[in-house]
Design a protein around this ligand. Structure first.
Ligand code: MG
Length: 305
């Protein structure tokens, strides 16, 4: 079953229209339009999800929605192009804190998906923004990569391992015993423990890799302190992305592949939620959750029809 629509009628935002002056299939193009959700015609019991919303902005999860690792998901490039042609605001979001916006933009370009750096939002940027608001011009000891250190530098943070305000853990593929030991000692000495994202594992072509959440668990065990996780499913990540996009939650949809991060974070941040089945969560799994997305589609390609 494709394009299952909970409490919605009509196409999501993107409808097929013919070019002016075009004829037949040659003149047909896919164009997005702002999605007006009228609701009210859902069979069965009442439609409680918000009605009369016009969606003009999109937060789009990256892995499992636009790409699988470095491989594009079919239709993702056309979907992004369609949003651009219509002038619908969008931001691609990821819990991955390894890369800078420019790195990610280049990686997506290699997969044939053109997203300028300023249209990317990472858990590293959300973490830096959060710390800047909490304690401006502070100091941090970082276990992480350029995505995180660059983001912290950009908000005016000084990286230090002498009595830092925060110990910030991000994703890295080069965790060392020495680096983890230093983080543990600094936290035990009073450094506040922050982690960019809670994901226990990450994907790789050769199988799952331990990710930030797993290393955070190790540090928690050694310090007796749990970190504050900034990335998804913390709705803080969504709110910071909305600010970066200068968009309002009422007029914004999130498109994600995970019920336990994208959909719940979108729900809690007051966004319209769209689950794609091209990534982690299956339809069966989605139905087992105590909350549900506003809409489920096979992939972003289905949002073009
Ligand atoms: Mg994903």
């Amino acid at each position: 079953m494709r394009n299952e629509n909970f409490g919605r009628r009509g196409a999501l935002g993107l409808v097929r229209r013919r070019c002016a002056g075009g004829s037949g299939a040659v003149g047909a193009v896919w164009r997005p339009v702002a999605w007006s959700a009228s609701g009210g015609n859902r069979p069965g019991r009442g439609n409680r999800v918000s009605d009369h919303r016009t969606i003009t902005s999109y937060l789009i999860d990256m892995d499992g929605v636009l790409v699988h690792e470095d491989q594009p998901i079919p239709g993702a490039d056309k979907f992004i192009k369609a949003l651009e042609e219509k002038g619908l605001r969008h931001l691609v979001i990821t819990n991955n804190s390894i890369f800078t916006q420019r790195d990610l933009s280049a990686r997506l370009a290699r997969a044939g998906i053109r997203i300028p750096p300023e249209r990317l939002w990472t858990s590293a940027l959300a973490t830096a923004q959060f710390l800047d608001e909490q304690r401006p011009d502070g100091t941090a000891h970082v276990v992480g990569e350029a995505g995180l250190t660059t983001a912290l530098h950009d908000v005016g943070y000084v990286l230090s391992d002498v009595d830092p305000d925060y110990v910030v853990l991000g994703e890295t593929r080069t965790y060392s015993f020495e680096a983890i030991t230093r983080a543990i000692r600094l936290i035990r000495a009073g450094g506040r423990f922050i982690a960019t994202n809670p994901d226990p594992i990450g994907p790789s072509p050769s199988g799952p890799l331990p990710a930030t959440g797993s290393v955070a668990a190790l540090i928690s065990r050694a310090t007796g302190r749990d970190p504050y996780f900034v990335g998804k499913p913390n709705p803080l990540m969504m709110r910071s992305a909305l600010r970066a996009l200068d968009a309002h939650s009422e007029a914004t949809a999130i498109i994600g592949d995970r019920m336990d991060t994208d959909v719940v974070a979108g729900l809690e941040a007051g966004l319209e939620t769209i689950l794609v089945l091209s990534g982690v969560s299956s339809r069966e799994e989605a139905n087992s959750f105590p909350y549900r997305p506003n809409r489920i589609v096979d992939s972003v390609a289905d949002l073009l029809v």
